[in-house]
Design a protein around this ligand. Structure first.
Ligand code: NAP
Length: 319
């Protein structure tokens, strides 16, 4: 099967991959970005992007939403010469000084350096009814499915940034939002948490866990449990939005060194534990996962990859 030769292969086209693509292309590297789905990653689902520097609603064109921002980043990377392919990667192996990446279509890409920007996916709770009612009341994306719950009662499960941001979004559509969190306080940033606590459309149930989701053709109710007393009860409602954190997507790179949660460890230049592999964005071990952080890490990773490629081509060179 065909082998494509590039200098820098970027796997994943979320904000980290898109930023790396732009910086890599502007550093005069031959850049290919592969992405299994559409460019944009999880940022596509951010309804209002209020914390990306310079993107402040309501007059923040062209980046008032995550989708607006990543669309502009994609155009920018293309304009500077990065190539994009809609293709998943099946395996990645190092052969001598090169990386051989087998794509889903059987094609192989040979690259001098690779940036892993594969992001993370939502964690499921694995409670009864979660799988059964997926798409029939259970959702992991408020901006995708929220409009189906206009005037209805929904539950938001979780206490992090995603749960609070999405609860706030849902409160503009649903008649009532009940946020259910297992601990006695939110983990979310203060600005997001206090908006939920002060929102008259929302109620918050701390020290409570979701035990079961019930329904017929669609969700009708949930069973909640008080984590202190063990008492459980039924709450009627129409939707369950689950934001219980994320799982890094690292199956392609099992040999890289990771932290206890499975996120890839890098040095400050985003170099992972195998020389020539760099890592950026939500898949990387980081204390703060934000679009702006992912974009910054993508830039650093591309800069480091360019220096690495220069050294490989000419061991005496410095960038
Ligand atoms: P997160 O910060 O890891 O929070 C996950 C929440 O789910 C926690 O409150 C956790 O409870 C709860 N949880 C985990 N497992 C659970 C279980 N089995 N049962 C019940 N609850 C469970 O994840 P996230 O909110 O998805 O955010 C992911 C990353 O994206 C974070 O770095 C976040 O900062 C970032 N993000 C930022 C924004 C923003 O800036 N606007 C928006 C969305 C996401 P405990 O608190 O008890 O652990």
């Amino acid at each position: 099967m065909v082998t494509t030769d590039v200098e820098l292969l970027i796997i994943g086209a979320g904000p980290a991959g898109l930023s790396a693509a732009q910086y890599g292309a502007r550093a005069n590297l031959q850049v290919l970005v592969i992405e299994a789905l559409a460019p944009g990653g999880q940022a596509l689902f951010i309804d209002t992007l209020e914390n990306y520097p310079g993107c402040f609603p309501p007059d923040s064109q062209p980046c008032s939403s995550g989708a607006d921002l990543v669309e502009a980043m994609h155009r920018q990377a293309l304009a500077f010469g990065a190539a994009f392919r809609t293709q998943g990667a099946r395996s990645l192996e190092k052969e001598g000084d090169f990386f051989m990446v087998l794509l889903e279509n059987g094609e192989t890409v040979r690259a001098r350096a690779v940036i892993v920007a594969t992001g993370s996916r939502r964690r499921t709770l694995d409670v009864p009814g979660e799988q059964e009612f997926l798409g029939r009341g259970v959702s992991y994306c408020a901006s995708c499915d929220g409009p189906f719950f206009k005037g209805k009662k929904v539950f938001v499960i979780g206490g992090g940034d995603a749960a609070c941001a999405e609860a706030q979004f849902l409160s503009r559509l649903a008649s009532q939002v009940m946020v259910v969190h297992r601990r006695d306080r939110f983990r979310a940033q203060k600005a997001l948490a206090s908006r939920v606590l002060q929102n008259p459309q929302s109620t918050v149930r701390f020290n409570t866990r979701l035990k079961e989701i019930r329904g017929d053709l669609k969700v009708r109710s949930v069973i909640l449990e008080d984590t202190h007393t063990g008492v459980s009860w039924e709450e009627v409602g129409d939707g369950v939005f689950i934001f219980a954190g994320t799982i890094p997507q690292t199956t392609l790179v099992p040999a890289l060194t990771k932290d206890e949660q499975g996120y890839i460890l890098t040095d400050p230049g985003m170099a992972a534990s195998i020389p020539g592999i760099f890592c950026a964005g939500d898949v990387r071990s980081s204390p703060f996962r934000q679009v702006v952080v992912a974009a910054g890490e993508g830039a650093v990773a591309a800069h480091s990859a360019a220096a690495y490629i220069d050294r490989m081509k000419d061991p005496g060179a410095s960038r």
